[in-house]
Design a protein. Structure first.
Lengths: 737, 155
């Protein structure tokens, strides 16, 4: 619901808000600029009495002296039948320059308040402010959800560039983006008389002294009021004995006798007036120029949020595929597929599953988890739940209410249940929601068709593996070839290869490909070979398969080639084909960014830990370490003679200062050791570096990563550090396969 | 040129009992081109001692600005009943407001005076911008206002 509000308010009001925010930002500079223009009055300046006398001396026909919130003092006078206005220097009472409010400024103000359209425009502007407030508040709620709680609101942002910008700028600007529209709505309500607009209205004095001619300097009522409190002083009409001075200050308004100088009647500014004026100050910055500038800066984030928000929406739309035709209503289905998706990608998996099941003549019904209704699925034999996780283990958008409905069941459904979770092992709460669902189902006594399984980072291999297990349970084959929306592939040519590990029966190769040539036309249409950095992934489509296999990149586009480390798996389709490649042969590949797995952009030391082909991205980082920040490499291999990948380069990099220290762990020679043993040996030094802000990057197999995590836990615990906390801060990153 | 043809009966205050003769009178107010936002104008009638009698027309919709029409505001306290049904939009700089009323003959040549208060946002207020006695002799004679009104005529 929150997401829907955010999406539709944003899309529908984007243009209007662009006009309102940009005009508002332009106006926010005005109070500061006016302040610069106003001649300074110090606190111990003249009183209103002195000022009025001086002005009256210089302009005998003065009608009104006004002081703007910025401190600018103007006098309006009448000479030879013509009216005039001047800016007054408070020290001398003399006019500095003619007062000519800029028509451009007035136009801008009209644009901002009413889109130059009068009352209808004012209503449109108010509606825009309402939309902006809805956007800001819903955005704040969504942000808290996405970051995993209010306490993590300022944790590092993750994701693509658009997503990161949207989050970062949203966080900086949220206060301004809430205050500006809220105050605007308040003022609009006042303008349309929905909120009271009281101002001080002293009763007009019934009787005046009838005397004339007292100089303002002598008036007791004016003597004690400093100019900084003054708002306006209106002079009586010349020759009219019954007319009075009208004084308006910050405190209220009153009438002063022109003959005796006494205050005849006074009324203090009421509470509503003070509140309204404060709201006005909050919105315009008039009288608080610094706040005006700050608010303007924050509101300037609005257009950026609009643009990145539109991009995110568009990209999200394209990622949501359609379900195949031929699904049946719930009551006739023998298989019910329930989908809990946040970004739409899980629907793609559901589509693949549905197709696969229908090919084996199942009658499938697909629905979001939020529409779970066991009573309507009488004929169902199995229920398959595909559940992504949101934030810190919360239900994804299309699964709202599922847990409650499941908990309220009195009897478990007759159909058997299979739960498949989708998540990212980099996040602490991996598939937490799916696990919660499975646990609750088990509590309810719901019979399970399959044990809970998970898919890491939308891996088609994980999904296919689960599909085969599902097929077994259902009694037939089930090959699920999920094809996520694939970017275009390019042909890469092999330019060099180095082979290792033949002796140790673990053939490994470093393959180097040339950067593909992309024509100008392709690049303009956005179909060029994208720029990549070490740590990103190369997706390779082996011949005969539509499912990509991913390898971590060991080079950056800056290096001028595409390099990966491949280990030959006995039954691996892709690795087998790669190993057959000769110089000049070609493959089909594309880049998938992996912006999380990268050294942070600072000068803190980096600890690189890898084993076997995991050295790939780590070597890429070392190669790209132009700024010579301290990098400590822990590399685990079997035997230095057989599979010391990058042996020569590592020595070179150490000599050049790109690597500060290299520790090699050999498991089948000399002192048999694994990487985790080296970590334990260097425990104190590592703990010291980490306390000073160092970062850890781990790349390798699952078992190695687990061993490393264990070792680091042991090493850091006595120093009060915890790998889980480092992970949350983004200082402990893993690329694990 | 904005023209409003309004055959309005006057508020009770302005209807002199026993008056049967009334004739349509056109009031034309032209503003100077003072290069600013639209002006709020109020046209009202006082007697010879400047005691308020009644309002003819209020040009300007937002009641929060009425206090800037100082003389009128002081006399009426901003009472909305005084202007109920006789309100219109504010008048832009350089524009003309034309109003036609059926005014009782008893209003003329009896010492009554017509006032126009004017106010412009962010500019100086101008109460009694125009004060003109309602006499047949003054009919048709354009008179200039103090500040914002370039000329005012009643016919």
């Amino acid at each position: 619901m929150t997401r829907a509000i955010h999406r539709y308010a944003g899309l529908s009001a984007a243009l209007l808000l662009l006009v309102l925010t940009l005009s508002g930002v332009a106006l926010s500079v005005v109070p500061a600029w006016e302040r610069l223009q106003a001649p300074a009055t110090d606190e111990g300046g003249p009183s209103v009495a002195a000022l009025a006398t001086r002005v009256a001396e210089n302009y005998p026909e003065v009608e009104q002296i006004r002081r703007a919130p910025s401190g600018l003092i103007t006098a309006y006078y009448f000479v030879d039948g013509a009216t005039g206005a001047v800016v007054i220097d408070p020290a001398t009472g003399r006019g500095i320059a003619d007062y000519d409010p800029s028509p451009a400024l007035r136009w801008l103000k009209d644009l901002h308040r009413s889109l130059l359209l009068g009352d209808g425009g004012r209503m449109a502007a108010a509606a825009g402010a309402l939309a902006m407030l809805a956007l800001s508040v819903s955005g704040l709620l969504l942000l808290a959800r996405r970051m995993g709680g209010w306490r993590r609101l300022f944790a590092p942002a993750r994701g693509t560039l658009s997503a990161r910008l949207h989050v970062e700028i949203g966080r900086l600007a949220m206060i301004g983006l809430i205050i500006a529209p809220a105050t605007a709505i308040w003022m609009a309500l006042g303008t349309f008389d929905i909120l009271p607009q009281e101002t001080a209205n002293p009763p007009f004095p019934g009787r005046v002294s009838g005397e004339m001619g007292m100089s303002p300097a002598a008036m007791p009522a004016l003597a004690d009021i400093p100019v900084s409190d003054l708002r306006s002083l209106t002079f009586p009409y010349a020759g009219d004995a019954t007319d009075v001075f009208t004084l308006t200050t910050d405190r209220g308004e009153g009438y002063i006798d022109r003959g005796t100088g006494l205050m005849l009647s006074w009324q203090d500014a009421g509470t509503w007036q003070k509140v309204n004026e404060f709201i006005y100050l909050l919105h315009t910055g008039q009288g608080a120029w610094a706040w005006g500038l700050i608010l303007g800066l924050m509101v300037l984030g609005g257009p950026v949020l609009a643009i990145t928000g539109a991009i995110l929406w568009w990209v999200g739309r394209r990622a949501r595929p359609a379900l195949p035709g031929g699904t049946v209503p719930a009551r006739r289905a023998d298989t019910v597929v329930l989908v809990g998706s946040e970004g739409g990608s899980t629907w793609g998996f559901a589509a693949t599953l549905t197709e696969g099941l229908m090919a084996h003549r199942h009658k499938v019904h697909v629905a979001p988890m939020s529409r779970f209704a066991p009573d309507s699925c009488r004929q169902a034999e199995q229920v398959i739940v595909l559940a992504a996780t949101y934030g810190d283990g919360e239900a994804p958008a299309s699964a709202r209410g599922f847990i409650d409905r499941l908990a309220a069941l009195k009897r478990p459904p007759a159909a058997k249940l299979a739960v498949l979770g989708f998540g990212d092992r980099q996040f602490p709460a991996y598939c937490a929601y799916a696990k919660q669902v499975a646990a609750l189902a088990r509590e309810k006594g719901w019979e399970m068709l399959l044990e809970l399984d998970t898919v890491d980072r939308q891996s088609p291999q994980d999904f296919a593996r689960w599909g085969r297990a599902l097929g077994e349970a259902l009694g037939h084959e089930l090959e699920l070839a999920h094809v996520p929306v694939q970017p275009r592939t390019h042909r890469l040519t092999l330019i060099s290869r180095r082979d290792y590990g033949q002796e140790a029966q673990a053939p490994t190769a470093i393959l180097r490909f040339a950067l593909p040539r992309t024509g100008l036309l392709d690049r303009l249409r956005g179909r060029g070979w994208r720029r990549f950095k070490a740590g990103d992934l190369l997706g390779i489509l082996p011949e005969g398969s539509a499912v990509a296999r991913f390898y971590s990149l060991a080079s950056s586009s800056r290096d001028g080639f595409v390099e990966i480390c491949v280990r030959k798996h006995p039954h691996g389709l892709c690795s087998g084909q790669l190993f057959e490649l000769g110089i000049g042969d070609e493959i089909e590949a594309f880049i998938r960014p992996n912006p999380e797995f990268r050294p942070a952009r600072n000068r803190k030391p980096v600890i690189l830990i890898g084993a076997g082909t995991g050295i790939g991205p780590l070597a890429g980082f070392a190669r790209a370490n132009r700024r010579r920040r301290p990098m400590h490499l822990y590399f685990g291999i079997r035997h230095p003679d057989s599979d010391f990948l990058y042996g020569r380069e590592i020595a070179d990099w150490q000599g050049q200062g790109r690597l500060s220290a290299v520790r090699l762990a050999t498991s089948r020679s000399g002192q048999a050791a694994y990487v985790q043993d080296l970590l334990r040996a260097d425990g104190a030094q590592l703990a010291g570096m980490i306390r000073n802000g160092a970062q850890i990057l781990v790349c390798g197999g699952r078992d190695m990563a687990a061993g490393v995590a264990q070792a680091l836990q042991e090493v850091l615990a006595p120093h009060g550090l915890e790998p889980a906390l480092l992970k949350a801060e983004g200082r402990y990153l893993e690329d694990v396969y | 040129m904005r023209s409003i043809l309004a055959t309005l009966a006057l508020t009770t205050a302005l209807v002199v009992p026993g008056a049967l003769a009334a004739k349509p009178v056109t009031l034309t107010t032209t503003l100077k081109n003072y290069r600013g936002p639209g002006a709020y104008l109020v046209l009202y009638v006082t007697d010879a001692n400047d005691a308020y009698k009644g309002t003819l027309w209020m040009a300007g919709g937002k009641s929060k600005y009425y206090k800037h029409l100082g003389n009128w505001f002081r006399a009426t306290g901003g009472d909305p009943a005084q202007i109920s049904g006789i309100t219109g939009a504010s008048v832009g700089a350089g524009r003309t407001l034309e109003l036609t009323f059926d005014l009782s003959d008893a209003l003329f040549d009896a010492g009554y005076r017509l006032h126009i208060d004017a106010a412009v946002e962010d500019f100086r207020d101008s109460p009694n911008d125009v004060v003109i006695p309602l006499t047949s002799a003054n009919g048709g004679k354009p008179v200039a206002g103090r500040r914002y009104v370039a000329s005012f005529t009643f016919q």
